[in-house]
Write a protein that binds this ligand. Structure first.
Ligand code: NPW
Ligand code: ADP
Length: 488
């Protein structure tokens, strides 16, 4: 797993480190890593020698990094020009270093550049880009590469125009093909609208120590999910692998039952029970499922999934009560979230001792929290988790998992291929299976979102690419193949 820290925490760590090192060491490390990456990008596009590199240089140290990196590229034969956004506040030593190797400073945007290095703003950004910085960014689309087409853009630390701590984008922004970030990830590189502007993210080691404060977010990796995933042993049987129950679907929404059951069958449990109005359809589609009409009649399970397509009538409310009253972990999704937001049921949630995961998309989140998550999705998910005392899985292109204790995860595997009806039901079923198999609620939620994202990608690949018309059954089918690759 990788951590994304807030700008102020990184700054504090850097300031503690600086007195222990010769002056300028951190910036030189940053600039060396940046220049290395720029050179490899240029090499792939015809070479460093003779390439026209335009540095966008802001008033702070982010501009300093760009200037020193530009000097390194100039000494390898690149034609480097620095556009000084705030000429009287540009990093003086960096500018001198660039000039010493033949680089030029300008105050007007040139018409041609093969590469743009965006050093306007980094972790010192406050609010949307303003003044001369905003003007420069508005005019960037007019710059063309020598061979025609668009210059390749490398962002220094973060793309200029993003909120480093939340990933919010409110005004003009410099979209990057590559972001070279220093020391560690930042929230804007993993969550929020900013993510789409960062391109490929490279972390350069500048010797920053592991920070002693809680990260803004953790980003899981495949190795984490592999480590957590329950394994089969010769002693496994259908009961000790865990049994998951699904109180989902209704006569009005039979598909939600089928999709959630398909998700559960893709998980690690040994048995799936279904309790609901469409048990016949479920068994016809999935003969291994053990059916019942109501939660009370379903037999023992180690976790419940409730809500996908359940409806919001009196019967649905009774089923949700039965699930909330059961002393086993529960996933509360879709219609069950709407039911929760209505009556007295949220107090049932607080009284539960077994772990609960709620899985809202933005509109369901608004029903629970009173408002949509807004631009700071990390904070929104964390606040709701603390308020309800449950794990919150906030769906989106970067699904967030927040615990009541304040630990936050951002899933990196999401794909727009999942933006289709019923994929949330598949996710809920899979999550229930992981809970029933004994994973702690936060790990189960993180592993489910991660694997679900991989399944969305695999389904799209199988149909020909990311724009293929993926459906929820495709995702459920791909899930079983993805899970097969998780074996140690
Ligand atoms: N610390 C270290 O040891 C290391 C740091 N490193 C590097 O330093 C970077 C952080 O540098 P930094 O703190 O100087 O801030 P930075 O992002 O350059 O911008 C500040 C300037 O921007 C201005 N400004 C702010 N908001 C604005 C807006 N919306 N629109 C327009 N202008 C705005 C603001 O102006 P002011 O508000 O003061 O008028 C101020 O002058 C970091 O990202 C990394 O690249 C690396 O070298 C590794 C070692
Ligand atoms: N643009 C997107 N990028 C990545 N994932 C997405 C995107 N849009 C939706 N998803 C994912 O698809 C799923 C949709 O769930 P949900 O809205 O509950 O659908 P349904 O209720 O129809 O099953 C969630 O896991 C969500 O994170």
């Amino acid at each position: 797993m990788r951590a994304a820290w807030r700008a102020a925490d990184i700054r504090a760590a850097e300031e503690a480190l600086i007195p222990t090192l010769p002056p300028g060491t951190l910036m030189q490390r940053a600039a060396a890593g940046l220049a290395r990456r720029c050179a490899s990008v240029l090499a792939a596009r015809g070479g460093v020698y003779g390439a026209r590199v335009l540095l966008l240089v802001g008033a702070g140290n982010n501009g300093g990094d760009a200037l020193y990196a530009g000097a390194r590229l100039a000494s390898r034969g690149a034609a480097v020009t620095a556009l000084l956004v705030a000429p009287d506040r540009a990093h003086a030593e960096g500018l001198a270093a660039l000039r010493a190797v033949g680089g030029r400073a300008v105050t007007e945007l040139p018409a041609v550049a093969d590469m743009i290095v965006d050093g306007i703003l980094g972790s010192g950004a406050r609010g949307p880009l303003r003044g001369a910085a905003a003007d420069v960014v508005e005019n960037l689309p007019g710059v063309r590469a020598s061979a025609g087409g668009r210059p390749v853009v490398v962002a220094v630390d973060v793309p200029s125009g993003v909120d480093v701590n939340t990933g919010q984008v409110e005004g003009p922004v410099v979209p990057a093909d590559v972001t070279v970030t220093f020391g560690c990830l930042k929230p804007a590189l993993v969550v929020g609208a900013a993510v789409t502007y960062a391109g490929h993210v490279d972390v350069v080691d500048i010797g920053l120590p592991w920070l002693a404060v809680r990260p803004a977010a953790w980003v899981p990796e495949l190795s984490d999910v592999r480590r957590w995933w329950p394994t089969l042993t010769p002693a496994s049987d259908k009961y000790n692998r865990g049994v998951v129950g699904l109180a989902t679907g209704s006569s009005a929404f039979p598909g939600a039952a089928l999709m959630s059951v398909a998700g559960a069958l893709g998980g690690p449990t040994g048995m799936v029970r279904y309790a609901g109005q469409v048990a016949d359809e479920v068994v016809r589609a999935h003969p291994s499922v053990v059916p019942a009409g109501r939660v009370a009649d379903a037999g023992r399970v180690q976790a419940w999934v409730c809500g996908c397509g359940l409806g919001t009538d009196r019967r649905a409310g009774e089923e949700l009560r039965a699930v909330l009253g059961a002393p086993v972990p529960a996933v509360i999704d879709a219609d069950a979230l709407t039911l929760l937001s209505h009556g007295d049921l949220s107090s049932w949630l607080r009284q539960r001792e077994a772990p609960t995961v709620v899985t809202p998309h933005d509109r369901e989140f608004a029903r629970l929290a009173g408002d949509q998550p807004g631009p700071d999705r990390l904070a929104a998910a964390t606040e709701l988790a603390a308020q309800l005392g449950v794990v919150v899985l906030l769906k989106g292109d970067r699904t967030i998992v927040a615990t009541p204790e304040g630990t936050v995860w951002v899933n990196p595997t999401g794909t727009p291929a999942l933006a289709t009806a019923g994929t949330g039901d598949v996710l809920a079923g899979l999550l229930g299976s992981l809970l029933a198999a004994g994973l702690p609620a936060d790990r189960a939620a993180v592993a489910a979102a991660f694997t679900h994202g991989l399944a969305g990608r695999a389904a799209a690949d199988r149909l020909g690419g990311e724009h293929a018309p993926v459906t929820a059954p495709d995702v459920a089918a791909a899930l079983r193949e993805v899970v097969a690759t998780l074996a140690p």
